[in-house]
Ligand binder design. Structure first.
Ligand code: SF4
Ligand code: SF4
Length: 270
């Protein structure tokens, strides 16, 4: 039992944080329990500490909005936080969509879909083009464009206020990742993930690969939602430097040979 918990320690931590955050938003709306009010774009802890999604704020800036000190303070806190823990820790520890895409991925692995679709037919850079396009459209239209169509916002609004269109967004992303493209939404299209990948380049916390211990079983690459970041597996002892790593810890959990672990970035070592 203890071993089972240890083998899934990061998964358990991720689910606890994801569910707790959504529950706190829901509790603030339903019962006025104001520990965490708002939503993933803009919130307040204890009605005092602001938290603002930097990507949503960037869209607002492009749209010509004037930002309050509160919003800028919230952006500062969030950027500092994710520069330490890894930008895309947002994706694996906070975003509710991750629970849906993880499920699709799990089913794909269980039923061998990944073996059928060996080559990924789409570029992972699409997310950066969607990011740039959303800023251009925000500038032209005068409102935060992606916030209107974001399935992430739809799902979290659904969880906080009652599901409505949230169900449709959940189903579409689930089926898309299951049948069309492995890691399709989070790993290819979502501009929020694209934005946090840029912040993640500065992350202090990194997965580190120890070549000496590696037995080339490839379990880590099989479960990694951004397997391109593990290019050093079986080749070299190196940290994962790409901001696209979500710091989800799946690779660390599945490696039975202690060849992968989290470490603090060493700025002296290149
Ligand atoms: S899971 Fe561990 S031993 Fe297997 S290939 Fe990855 S790093 Fe090497
Ligand atoms: S390298 Fe490891 S921590 Fe990073 S995304 Fe892949 S599985 Fe998750």
């Amino acid at each position: 039992m203890n071993n089972l918990i240890f083998k899934h320690r990061f998964l358990i931590a991720r689910r606890i944080t994801q569910v707790t955050i959504m529950f706190l938003y829901f509790a603030a709306n339903a019962w006025g329990f104001n520990f965490l009010m708002g939503n993933l774009s803009s919130s307040k802890i204890l009605n005092t500490i602001p938290l603002s999604d930097p990507y949503a704020v960037l869209q607002m800036l492009a749209a010509g909005a004037v930002l309050s000190a509160d919003v800028l303070g919230g952006v500062f806190i969030i950027i500092l936080f994710y520069m330490f823990f890894g930008g895309r820790a947002f994706c694996s520890y906070v975003c509710p969509v991750n629970m849906i895409t993880d499920l699709s991925n799990y089913i794909r692995r269980k039923f061998g879909f990944n073996k059928i679709q060996k080559r990924q037919p789409a570029s992972r850079n699409i997310r950066y083009y969607v990011l740039a396009l959303s800023l251009i459209i925000s500038f032209i239209m005068g409102y935060a464009a992606f916030e209107f169509i974001s399935p992430v916002a739809m799902i979290q609004r659904g969880i906080i206020f009652g599901l409505g269109f949230g169900w449709a967004a959940i189903l579409i992303i689930f089926l898309f990742d299951l049948f069309v493209l492995k890691n399709g939404w989070c790993g290819h299209i979502c501009p929020i993930g694209g934005f946090y990948s840029l912040i993640g380049r500065f992350s202090f916390i990194r997965v580190h690969h120890n070549h000496e211990n590696c037995t080339a079983c490839m379990k880590c690459k099989e479960v990694c939602p951004e397997s391109q970041v593990l290019f050093m597996i079986t080749k070299d002892s190196l940290p994962v430097t790409s901001g696209e790593c979500t710091n989800c810890g799946r690779c660390v959990e599945v490696c039975d040979d202690e060849a992968l672990n989290f470490s603090i970035k060493n700025y002296k070592r290149k």
